[in-house]
Design a protein around this ligand. Structure first.
Ligand code: 3HC
Ligand code: NAI
Length: 697
């Protein structure tokens, strides 16, 4: 018997306890153990078999680490068939999360009991695959086609109560999974309950599958696994079980071979690896119960909201009483949104807007806070002034953080007597919604301050990424570079609208110019002015957009930018003035416009993104390629199924990408200098992912 499944005969009930921490993934040893356990139970003359998981959960799915490696028999499909066809009564007792292959095992057992807190689901599509051990064939037979499609194409976790109502499980009981399971098995034996074989249930209702396929494909915004999974469910309706299983297998193997599967699994593991920093091993974060926020504009109010939602007390400092009131209004409006969406109760809302939130214009109110996030205007002199005041007002050991987007955190730290307590906490807008938090570590930042930042990020439900100090850190620095590549394409012949369309077709939720309008064109305008004095003469910077700003058009907030929003159409319509200004600028520069295909646009945009990202990794601003990938997934709407820009680059092939960059450099050698790290990886025949693996070994 394998160690991963412990076998014990309790009277006439054989108990199979899975023990494969942390989540009882159905790896090879567990699969062997389950089959051996069933065989042993049959040989021992047991009347029934109980399957449950040790530790925190029933099986949370197949072992994702085995994907992409040669499969080892017995496959999970065969394990499920062996369980289902056993002449003994087989029962699952579930707790924690019965997901993917876990739920597939459960559906192969003849009855299922769960504790009230258990969750079930078939989240395979989120990993770019589909339930491949009978899930697409058994679930519709259990709960109907419509309900099964909902679970399978969204991958959502379903709570025990809903699972009972749907018919995924048969009973909810509180207690330990062992006691719970044994009681249920005894009850079933006493009743003389028959074996209930899911695969023998009649097929579920037919739907208009072709229409559904199109709808699901569209909803996936380029991600194919939900639509392909739907075809497998269709097979369960139209084919006998055995044939349906074959079809499921074919489609499963098709998806297994896709880049999307690799991208999504990279995303899954990187999301978890990103906050694991070797330097933080054994470093205790400082306790944080109360925080201060300086400035209650867009960002300060969002950060305060996020902190309140995380259960922290907040003291917010504004310049005057009027600004403080406006800040309170923004926070209350954010929290009202959370209340409306059912994220918080009315009682919580009252507490968060009442006792937990204080507004002041006086820095002395910050005497007791454990951490401060500054979110005032993006001006070095203003920031330094605020940090000098914080140095005077805050208790020793308080962490002093800045939310600056671009400015030098080292320089900000010099205005305090305690640079080791100073760090960057770069939230993204809207701060109570966006998941990304860049933790910007300055030269003197103490390790326990970094640990505190990561602990705070976790409390706020953020994905925290460590970044070093440079203009724009990881995300905005790379953004500026690929935005410049897009700006160059406009000067050379593309339109902002073609670029936005090509990139939304690629998978981005919005194109860069629609995003610029949303964020406010004044931000980029201010940045261009700031950088102008030190700009290299070879840099190509368009002027037309400054003219748009000079006319008072800052995007959505003023009703006009790249797009014109005055007609009330969602997303606006192209602003004709923009194309006129572009045409004039091209003429002034003597540029004959060239045609760009959508593929050209995507390639150049992505090449610029990858090239700058390679520099950011090469310089140590991001420690690992996966840190860049997660920054883009959680802060910049990068499609998850590509895994991030650097995983995308690996999957495209680095030599071809470098060759393209070298070709672009023939026309603009200043902008398209290949990143040394990219050249090195190509020369060594390695990938960005090799660097990730090297960092975690
Ligand atoms: N295989 C391998 N490792 C897994 C795993 C799996 N299915 N699920 C989780 N892990 C690992 C995580 O990588 C993490 O490892 P680390 O500690 O080294 O970082 C560890 O288990 C703990 O996971 P979390 O940090 O995510 O723990 P949480 O308690 O936050 O979440 C969970 C637990 C809800 C189970 C979450 O891990 C999860 O969603 N896991 C994936 C579930 C899933 O997608 N299952 C389907 C798999 S595909 C399948 O079954 C194919 C089949 O149809 C043939
Ligand atoms: P904002 O202009 O909306 O808000 C700034 C607020 O700070 C104003 O309410 C102002 O009254 C207040 N303020 C200014 N000086 C102050 C002082 N000395 N003491 C107390 N309050 C003061 O600006 P926004 O957009 O919230 O940006 C704030 C910071 O966050 C900037 O550094 C910006 O670069 C950064 N940031 C902005 C993002 C965005 O998308 N808006 C995203 C991430 C970071």
């Amino acid at each position: 018997m394998s160690n991963a499944v412990e076998y014990e005969l309790q009277g006439d009930i054989a108990v199979l306890k899975a023990q494969n921490p942390p989540v009882n993934a159905l790896g090879y040893d567990v699969r062997i153990g389950l089959v051996a356990g069933i065989e042993q139970a049959e040989a021992d003359g047991a009347r029934a078999v109980l399957i449950y998981g040790d530790g925190r959960t029933y099986f949370a799915g197949a072992d994702i680490r085995e994907f992409g490696k040669p499969p080892r028999e017995p496959l999970l499909t065969a394990v499920c068939e062996r369980i289902e066809s056993s002449p003994l009564l087989v029962v699952s007792s579930m707790h924690g999360t019965a997901l993917g292959g876990g739920l597939e095992v459960a559906m192969s057992t003849h009855y299922r009991v769960a504790v009230a807190s258990a969750k079930v689901g078939l989240p395979e599509v989120l990993l770019g695959i589909l339930p491949g051990a009978g899930g697409t064939q058994r679930l519709p037979r259990l709960i109907g086609t419509q309900a099964a499609l909902d679970m399978i194409t969204t991958g959502r976790h379903v709570g025990a109560a809903e699972a009972l109502e749907l018919g995924v499980i048969d009973k909810i009981n509180d207690g330990s999974p062992l006691e719970n399971g044994l009681n249920y098995v005894r009850e079933l034996l006493e009743q003389g309950a028959p074996r209930r074989v899911t695969s023998e249930l009649p097929a579920s209702e037919a739907l208009d599958f072709d229409a559904l396929y199109e709808t699901i494909l569209k909803k996936g915004r380029g991600q194919i696994s939900p639509a392909v999974a739907m075809r497998a469910v269709q097979a369960s309706v139209e084919l006998p079980f055995a044939e349906g299983m074959k079809r499921e297998r074919e489609l499963f193997m098709e998806l297994m071979a896709t880049d999307q599967r690799q991208g999504l699994i990279h995303s899954f593991f990187s999301e978890r690896a990103v906050s694991k920093l070797p330097e933080l091993k054994g470093v205790e974060p400082r306790p944080v119960a109360a925080i201060g926020v300086i400035g209650g504009g867009t960002m300060g109010a969002g950060i305060a909201t996020s902190a309140l939602l995380a259960g922290l007390d907040v003291t917010l400092i504004e310049m005057n009483a009027e600004a403080a009131e406006a800040a309170r209004g923004r926070i209350e409006s954010n929290l009202t949104g959370a209340l409306k969406r059912g994220k918080i109760t009315a009682e919580k809302y009252d507490a968060m807007t009442g006792k937990a939130l204080a507004l002041s214009t006086d820095y002395s109110a910050l005497g007791d806070v454990d951490l401060v996030v500054e979110a005032v205007f993006e001006e070095m002199s203003v920031k330094k002034d605020v940090f000098a005041k914080l140095d005077a007002a805050c208790k020793p050991g308080a962490v002093l953080a800045t939310n600056t987007s671009y400015l030098d955190v080292n320089e900000i730290a010099t205005s305090t007597s305690r640079p080791k307590d100073v760090i960057g906490l770069h939230f993204f807008s809207p701060a109570h919604v966006m998941k990304l938090l860049e933790v910007v570590v300055a030269d003197d930042t103490a390790p326990d301050v970094v640990a505190t930042a990561f602990a705070l990020g976790k409390k706020m439900g953020k994905i925290s990424v460590r970044a070093g100090v440079c203009d724009g850190f990881i995300g905005n620095r790379i953004l500026r570079h690929y935005r410049a590549a897009a700006d160059h394409m406009i000067l050379d012949g593309a339109s902002p609208y073609q670029i936005d369309k090509a990139l939304t077709d690629f998978g981005f939720a919005m194109g860069p110019y629609a995003v610029a309008d949303l964020a406010g064109l004044d931000i980029g305008w201010a940045m261009r002015k700031r950088l102008a004095p030190t700009r290299d003469a070879r840099e190509r910077v368009p002027k037309y957009i400054d003219q748009i700003c000079e006319a008072g058009h800052f995007g959505q907030k003023t009703g006009k930018g790249y797009y014109d929003y005055s007609g009330g159409k969602r997303g606006g319509v192209p602003n004709a003035e923009v194309m006129d200004l572009i045409t004039a600028e091209r003429a002034e520069l003597g540029i004959t416009p060239q045609d760009f295909t959508d593929a050209d646009i995507v390639r150049r945009y992505m090449a610029a993104m990858v090239n700058e990202a390679a520099r950011v990794v090469g310089e140590g601003i991001a420690r690992r390629p996966l840190d860049v990938d997660m920054t883009f997934l959680f802060g910049y709407g990068f499609p998850r199924y590509y895994g991030g820009p650097l995983k995308w680059a690996d999957l495209q092939g680095l030599p071809a990408l470098l060759a393209d960059i070298q070709a672009y450099a023939e026309k603009d050698p200043y902008f398209w200098q290949p990143a040394p790290l990219l050249e090195q990886l190509v020369a060594e025949g390695r990938t960005f992912d090799d660097l990730n693996k090297q960092a975690s070994s």
